[in-house]
Design a protein. Structure first.
Ligand code: URA
Length: 426
């Protein structure tokens, strides 16, 4: 690659509001991955991008350069491949029932996932509460499992978009995470490198999400879909509500248990609705005509789940870990639960030990919050509203503080919740 570029010239160009050329982008990402461009230079460039943005073509090129910084998986399976990515929410366990459901309908679902950071949980942390289950697979194991079971949920391999891994860590400590082109290119570089032919994005909107407002979430969804299309990946985005936690369980083992309920034909209505809506969109992109609601009800998705867990060393029938300590929050009055804030519940679960503050921190498998009532349900004064679970009872006061003002009981039922707010198709 040409070396006549200088990092300072690239930084100045973006600082002064210019477009970056394809050659500048290719050079700076490659040089940063190899260590020739220093962290302080990339920090300055990330801040210039944060302040001055990148247009759709720059963002697509930036994504391409990050994909090319590592390997692109060659999934060669004989079924259509389709994946889902969520921008992160509270109680968002949808991958757990969704991956086996879509596989049971005939697609192959390679879901390379991450761990939780902050108030949103991570799929790998949840699955690691299943005794014996292992997140790390080799590329050969991923492809073999996709062929045999149809679904794999595992950790991203080291070689996938290394430029993003370095840049995301840098953005985390330089106040440059919340930029639409940087978020969109970060998410899509990993998904494109993963090699699925189709992708459905679940872009969360509301207090528990990255994007608090519908216009911001729509801008992110448009950027994500446009990058997917540019790279030949059939891509759709659902904008979905994240102002209230999804389902009743927020944590790790408690979310696995709720997902198993869904796979056995029960579970909370919102989790079932979103699982079926995302499955329908994934199957449509994959060109498969199947009725996901019927397949879920038939028990076939549960069979695929059990095979998926066993293939990664887990025991789907083993009892899940339970936290040592429980603390109940009672309803303050008779009435209707009018609100239950996703962010407040997410922070409470995190403080109880379900999440981590730094990447290297451990998580507690049994910790979390059970929402015993959801908005719109009638409650009586003193009735248990929330159940906090933890192995470290010292964490309870911090969790209770996070929940202050996070729920309300009144006379008027809240407006009914619309879960899927919009769908964007590439
Ligand atoms: N998730 C990612 O993978 N990257 C971001 O930049 C933000 C969320």
């Amino acid at each position: 690659m040409s070396t006549h570029f200088s990092a300072v010239d690239v930084i100045r160009a973006k600082r002064d509001g210019q477009r970056l050329t394809d050659a500048q982008i290719d050079w700076v990402i490659d040089a940063y991955t190899r260590g020739t461009v220093a962290d302080e230079q990339m920090s300055a460039l990330a801040m210039a991008i944060f302040l001055n943005g990148m247009d759709a073509a720059e963002t697509a090129r930036w994504t391409r350069a990050m994909v090319l910084s590592g390997e692109r998986l060659d999934l060669h399976v004989d079924r259509p491949t389709v994946d889902k990515h969520s921008t992160g929410g509270v109680g968002d366990k949808i991958t757990l029932p969704l991956a086996p459901l879509v596989a049971a309908c005939g697609a192959a679902v390679p879901q390379l996932s991450g761990r939780g950071l902050g108030h949103t949980g991570g799929t790998l942390d949840k699955l690691e509460s299943v005794p014996g289950w292992r997140a790390r697979l080799t590329t050969a194991e991923i492809t073999a499992q996709l062929g045999e079971v149809g679904a794999v949920v595992c950790a991203a391999t080291e070689g996938l978009a290394p430029a993003d891994r370095k840049l995301y860590a840098l953005r985390d400590v330089t106040g440059t995470v919340e930029s639409v082109p940087l978020i969109a290119s970060s998410i899509m570089s990993k998904k494109i490198a993963e090699g699925a032919e189709s992708l459905v994005l679940d872009v969360k909107v509301g207090s528990g999400a990255f994007m608090k407002s519908l216009p911001d979430a729509r801008r992110l969804a448009e950027a994500l879909v446009s990058i997917g299309v540019e790279h030949g990946v059939r891509t759709s985005a659902l904008l979905t509500d994240m102002s209230v936690p999804l389902g009743r369980a927020v944590g790790n083992a408690v979310e696995v248990a709720e997902s198993v309920d869904v796979l056995r034909g029960g579970g909370p209505a919102d989790v079932v609705e979103l699982t079926v809506a995302l499955a329908a969109e994934m199957l449509s992109l994959a060109g498969i005509s199947a009725d996901p609601a019927a397949v879920l009800a038939s028990g076939e998705a549960y069979e695929t789940w059990a095979r998926m867990i066993r293939a990664q060393g887990g025991d789907p029938e083993a009892p899940l870990p339970v936290a040592a300590h429980r603390h109940v929050v009672p309803a303050p009055a008779d009435g209707v639960l009018t609100s239950l804030d996703a962010y407040a519940v997410g922070v409470a679960a995190w403080r109880l030990g379900a999440g981590r503050a730094r990447k290297e921190d451990p998580v507690q498998a049994g910790a979390g919050v059970l929402c015993l009532a959801k908005p719109g349900e009638r409650v009586q004064a003193g009735q248990p509203l929330l159940e906090l679970r933890t192995d470290t009872p010292d964490a309870v006061p911090g969790a209770l503080e996070a929940l202050e003002g996070g729920y309300a009981v009144g006379d008027e039922p809240p407006r009914s919740r619309v879960l899927v707010l919009d769908t964007l198709r590439g």
